[in-house]
Design a protein around this ligand. Structure first.
Ligand SMILES: Cc1cc2nc3c(=O)[nH]c(=O)nc-3n(C[C@H](O)[C@H](O)[C@H](O)COP(=O)(O)OP(=O)(O)OC[C@H]3O[C@@H](n4cnc5c(N)ncnc54)[C@H](O)[C@@H]3O)c2cc1C
Length: 401
């Protein structure tokens, strides 16, 4: 298969090195590995162990704490490569939280928290894989969270329910977003929210945390949980940043992370097209390769053009992070994520159709890619909410909510 070389997205020598190094790791985890993990519903610990041992979990940890201090563009290259290797969105998501839960600690954590935790994260000894914001009554409308952390002397007491918190089985710490002032008592709904670092083992030991995995149909190897906090005592030192300012801390860095999610979708689309083209070339029906029929060829070619367009938008957006204004980065990141999800879905759907009946057989992987691509239209934010952002913040139209 002829692929557009990533030269078209202009990689520097350092970015190319990231790509080659990640590719080498991924080569040891082929399609069979990811298929089995999805079918068995098993977290890809072996894959994560290799990345941890080689320091990739410290991608966003500053050098002074032993991390790799990678740029957004480098992480974009890394995650695109992981997903495109055949691991898909799930492979990238297996480590996504571990990388993206460090910036709040780097940017807002106390010096004590940073020097205690970050070097261990960079060495792969400790993981901060989970981020708990969503609740049964607060998904898209995240300022409506009700989980409450009440100050009690030097500690906080946490009560409430979270839903969809991912990788709780694979983490040492959970970043929990909770109200410290009820929504009814703040003059602006984005205020009165705080961010805490919860030690999972301590929470279980105290009997202050209960979890239950949510059965689901996509991303079988990355588990998501419902969690209940009951009078969980958190040391005051585990408050991340300033009390009441947590929502702004959540927003900080969100655009950069969104570009990385877009790259994960791009990689998924690339993997799906590769499998579709492979099958279209090999499979013969009526005595000729099915790929010679334009009805088979064109959907793959069209999806390819859309995936590459999303890739350009994503990689250019990541390049712009360094010097563009946050408003511009926000527009680019949201467009990239929107386009990349749609392109990944189109690519996976074309790959399934190309496979005929085998499109839904697990052994060809494309049905897994389709399930994952569908998921990318829902998380970490739905496509509609991205369009709301573009319509209101970028195009300046009125807000309905
Ligand atoms: C596999 C998976 C993993 C996840 N991992 C995490 C995690 O680790 N941590 C975490 O905190 N959360 C996580 N989430 C939660 C995820 O972020 C939410 O599901 C997502 O933000 C949508 O919220 P919701 O499901 O409550 O949908 P709702 O907010 O209930 O929305 C339902 C539908 O209504 C639409 N809608 C609502 N309001 C509007 C509006 N004003 N305009 C247009 N359309 C609207 C939405 O787009 C959506 O289609 C995960 C979810 C999944 C499925």
């Amino acid at each position: 298969m002829v692929t557009v070389d990533t030269d078209t997205v202009r990689l520097s020598e350092e970015q190319r090195l990231v790509q080659r190094s990640v590719q080498q790791i991924c080569d040891d985890f082929g399609a069979d590995y990811w298929r089995e993990k999805d079918v068995e519903g098993e977290y890809p610990q072996e894959f994560v162990d290799v990345l941890s041992e080689e320091g990739w979990m410290g991608a966003l940890v500053p050098e002074e704490y032993g991390g790799a201090a990678m740029t957004t563009k480098e992480v974009v290259v890394m995650m695109d490569e992981i997903a495109a290797s055949g691991g898909g969105f799930s492979a990238a998501q297996a480590i996504h939280g571990g990388i993206y839960n460090t910036p709040p600690i780097v940017n807002y954590g106390s010096e004590e928290m940073k020097s205690e935790l970050l070097p261990k994260v960079a060495r792969g000894e400790v993981s901060i894989q989970s981020f708990a914001l969503t609740e049964p009554n607060a998904g898209s409308d995240s300022t409506s969270i009700e989980t409450f952390a009440k100050k009690d002397g030097d500690e906080y007491v946490l009560n409430g329910q979270k839903i969809w918190t991912s990788r709780v089985d694979a983490t040492d710490y959970i970043v929990v977003v909770a109200r410290t002032t009820p929504k009814s008592e703040v003059e602006k709904r984005t205020r009165g929210i705080s961010m805490f670092l919860v030690d999972k083992e301590d929470a279980f030991d105290q009997g202050g945390l209960e979890t239950s995995a949510i059965p689901k149909t996509a991303s079988g190897c990355v588990h998501s949980y419902e969690m209940w906090f009951k009078d969980l005592r958190i040391p005051g030192g585990n408050l991340i940043g300033e009390e009441g300012e947590g929502f702004y801390q959540v927003l900080d860095g969100l655009n950069e992370e969104r570009l990385v999610i877009a790259a994960e979708c791009v990689g998924l689309g690339e993997a799906a097209i590769e499998r579709g083209v492979e099958y279209a070339t090999e499979r013969e029906v009526f005595g000729e390769s099915i790929g010679s029929n334009q009805a088979v060829q064109h959907p793959l070619a069209e999806a390819y053009a859309h995936v590459q367009a999303a890739k350009q938008m994503t990689f250019d957006g990541a390049e712009a992070v360094e010097d563009a204004e946050s408003q511009e980065v926000g527009a680019r990141a949201n467009m990239a994520k929107y386009l990349a999800s749609e392109a990944a879905f189109e690519a996976a759907d074309a790959a399934v159709q190309t496979h005929g009946g085998f499109g839904i057989a697990t052994e060809y992987d494309v049905e897994r890619y389709l399930r994952e691509a569908r998921l990318t239209r829902l998380v970490p934010i739905t496509q509609q909410l991205i369009l709301n952002y573009l319509g209101e913040t970028v195009l300046g139209m009125p807000r309905s909510y």
